[in-house]
Design a protein around this ligand. Sequence first.
Ligand code: WT7
Length: 632
Amino acid sequence: MMSLKINSLENYQEVYQRSIENPSLFWNEIAENFVWKKKWKKTLEYDWSIPETKWFLEGKLNITENCLDRHLELKGDQTAIIWEPNNPEEEAEHISYKQLHRRVCSFANVLKNNGVVKGDRICIYMPMVSEIAIAVLACARIGAIHSVVFAGFSSTALAARINDAQCKVLLTADGGFRGAKITPLKEIADEALKTCPSIKKSIVLQRTKQSISWNSNLDVWWHEELDKVDDHCPAEVMDAEDKLFILYTSGSTGNPKGMVHTCGGYMVYATYSFLNVFQYTEGDVYWCTADIGWITGHSYILYGPLASGATTVMFEGVPSYPDFGRFWEVCEKHKVNQFYTAPTAIRALAKHSLSFVNAYDLSNLKVLGTVGEPINEEAWHWYNENIGKKKCPIVDTWWQTETGGMMISSLANVTKDKPTFATVPLPGIQPVLLNTEGQEISETKAEGILAIKHPWPSLARTIYGDHKRYKNVYFSAYANYYFPGDGALRDKDGNYRITGRVDDVVIVSGHNLGTAPIENAINEHDLVIESAIVGFPDDIKGNALYAYVILYDENQASEDLVKEINQLISKKIGPIAKCDKIQFVSGLPKTRSGKIMRRILRKIASNDISNLGDVSTLLNPLIVEEIIKNRH
Ligand code: WT7
């Protein structure tokens, strides 16, 4: 049996080399570190022309035995989850591995009592309370497939996801606390369920105690159901390739894609990557600020940390409530050692006074992390200087819902970090850069389309109910490569920097223009924080470019600045990339994971504002009105 944790640069280089020379042998050894009910017969079988990928064939396991049962003997009393409430006046919860195991088993029995059997799809639409973690693990315990829908989604979005997976049971709550607001989850769910005939039961957690309407054909109370069960529940025997969960991610066109992750490979990769990137050490307190509704929450709040026997913090609230010091207050309070958040949160906090940071003792922090989008230079340095006090490595982790785990990232204190670079591939990951003809670029220093060459264990196996779309989106652009849809550049030392999506292309006068490089050019202007480019119809050029630009100081907006920005674009890319319209805005419409909703910006730029679609899932829905009001 080999040790899971890489401990030096030389060790990384040696392990990486071995992992790509013989991936099957490598992952075979890694997987030995987990609890299996029956050993696999073959490590890997794949054919990406179908596409099909299978890991640990005929192996049997249950991921919750790895996350819970196996820790009971040695660390049953250690805290598994620290739950921090939205309201700092409310008490935090410390749940030991023993208690978590009991609560998961009890709730698994509640699911069984309500007719759930292995293979059923269960929709989880809940706030960030400890019960959402218990619900997820209880599904896994009995082999039900969980589909967590982020509690910020609208009733239409919820219904679409329930119907796509034909979920049998909904797990929800009366409401959820988020900052100063309450989300009326039950009310939203009631609206959704009007069009969801597959749902036979809705199990409702009491959280906010607000008044709700009740459908006695469907609704049961969580706490009343718990009174009917005991806490003994054997773990269902799962095949390594059985489905563990579905998680929806938005596509560039059409309906959301229900990415399917399976039990064995996902467990092995989420855990291995967690331990190595964060260099988690026995006794550390680790905090990932994501929501369980996203892949980051699945892999790096729950499964990876719990399978590692870690103490993982779950936070119900938001970074701005009751004030902008909340994250740092929680770091001090729970003596957080590893802190993992998104660039969008860092930028929002960096806009406010440093007194919100300096009021707290951050001396326990050892490692900082970011995920979700490229981090800009200023935000990186702010994070490094003010939060890490220049003593904490920053792991900039590039990955996707589809990849299940982190793909390109430094390993804290093991490999070097580099501002704005995700840096190096994890063991077993083979990134390449392709040119537009789909050939691998052999020079080390290069820029191109990012692709991945060989399967890794936590690759999503399909899009639920639409394998054809899975093939089209990820395996058709370049034969025998997984295509993530991002562009990247590589420096002379082999470090990768993700430059942005490559599918946001605008054709102007017959020239294909990527929006990302134009935005990067604009962002180099000293007065600019961030920008977004979209195309809009033009009689002569086919499309013209519209730029939305955020300034550090709105008062600096002027006609002269418009000219300067276009000169900068001309210089960096060429006059063809000049913007016909430049609008200064105070913010951009973004998804909760920090991605710019270009669909909305495109419609506004085209003066097509009658049907903007559902904006309720945005991080900042109000910005849309401002942008419309001031549009050119
Ligand atoms: C897309 C995936 C992975 C969990 C959160 C987002 C972008 C993600 C980085 C990073 C630059 C990044 C990519 C990727 N992205 N991490 N460290 N640097 N870009 O998951 O919603 O599936 O989005 O987010 O464009 O393709 P997701």
